[in-house]
Design a protein around this ligand. Structure first.
Ligand code: SAM
Ligand code: SF4
Length: 326
């Protein structure tokens, strides 16, 4: 296992397989979308498989496939089949908006997916359309049904946004009554391709917790798993759990074990850095596995202590989460 310069193990890779998406979520992209990368600038699946192999040898045992929307890239299932067979990879997961996912659920199960994170910010069709700028809630609900039917472990991601979906907090929390899912309420981060939506974030993790405690005065705290980014709770008697993710307040950096690879092959060792290694350039200049390994190790030895330090070290930009990979 490798440790960074702050003695944190690096065991988890979040791999963005595309920057493209079939939704336009308010918190992630402007309405007109972002300028997508030309195809030759994206990592190929072969390049991604090579990276996962090299990183698995260094101790990365968990991979999350994300994007953009992973299922809009052609050939995803064939890629997953090969990735799932990589030696040293203990578990892999996928984050999806669920629009195109339902038909693939049986194959995800066959390939041994560890869990699926499904983004669903509201259960109200009109609010869903306003938030994502597409009328796709029925398709997303179809994916949720398929995942539950196939007993895939599911986490539901909901970004909490002032004036957009705070009235959905109870309905989303109620999903945990009869389903063994984790509903995760996420602080909005300023990664929407346009700059911050608010002068200050009002729906902080503390406010989300206050609201949940108001709705459920007997809300119980559960132990947080190691390296988890969410504070876990449960409503007594309910089957599922509730997580609160302080993505903007960044309370979890001290135990962060994750690195990110953007769709164009830029390594980020913190969500808030601007990319610290051009892996695509290395790959395409003919670097050997040993050279790649050396470059990774050097980068891991200079990881920022936390998201605030990383943010200070970068130029202010308006990135979209779709290019970062969430
Ligand atoms: N398209 C897939 C999806 O939406 O699930 C995967 C990529 S998306 C960028 C990954 C996660 O990041 C989603 O759960 C989404 O809600 C979250 N996300 C995107 N932009 C965000 C933001 N500005 N603040 C907080 N979470 C965000
Ligand atoms: Fe697409 Fe996911 Fe971003 Fe929404 S959050 S626009 S579904 S990449």
């Amino acid at each position: 296992m490798i440790f960074d310069n702050h003695n944190r193990p690096i065991t988890y890779l979040r791999l963005a397989v595309t920057d493209r998406c079939n939704l336009r979520c308010f918190y992630c992209m402007p309405e007109e979308g972002i300028k997508y990368l030309p195809k030759h600038q994206l990592l190929t699946y072969e390049e991604m498989l090579r990276l996962v192999r090299v990183l698995a040898r260094l101790g990365v045992s968990k991979v999350r496939i994300t994007g953009g929307e992973p299922f809009v890239r052609n050939g995803l299932m064939e890629f997953l089949e090969q990735m799932a067979a990589i030696e040293g990879l203990r578990d892999w997961h996928i984050t999806t908006n669920g629009v195109l996912t339902a038909p693939h659920v049986p194959d995800l199960v066959r390939l041994g997916v560890g869990s699926v994170n499904l983004s669903i910010d509201t259960l109200d069709r009109e609010r869903f359309r306003l938030i994502t700028r597409r009328d796709e809630l029925p398709a997303v609900q179809g994916t949720l049904d398929a995942l539950l039917e196939q007993q895939v472990p599911v986490k539901l991601n909901a970004v909490v946004m002032e004036g957009k979906n705070t009235e959905d907090i109870p309905a989303l929390a109620e999903l945990t009554r009869h389903h063994p899912v984790e509903v995760r309420f996420i602080e909005e981060m300023p990664f929407n391709g346009e700059g911050s939506h608010y002068p200050v974030l009002t729906w902080t993790y503390q406010r989300i917790l206050d609201e949940l405690q108001r709705l459920y005065p007997n809300l119980q705290k559960l132990p947080d798993p190691a390296h988890s980014t969410s504070y876990l709770y449960q409503i007594p008697g309910y089957q599922g759990n509730i997580g609160i993710i302080a993505a903007f307040s960044r309370t979890f950096c001290g135990s962060c074990n994750r690195i990110r690879m953007t769709a164009q092959g830029t390594l980020k060792t913190c969500l808030y850095d601007s990319g610290v290694l051009d892996v695509r350039a290395l790959l395409r200049s003919g670097a050997t596995d040993d050279e790649l390994t050396a470059a990774f190790l050097k980068t891991f030895a200079h990881r920022p202590k936390n998201g605030f330090e990383a943010e200070q070290q970068r130029a202010p930009v308006s990135e979209s989460m779709s290019t970062i990979g969430g």
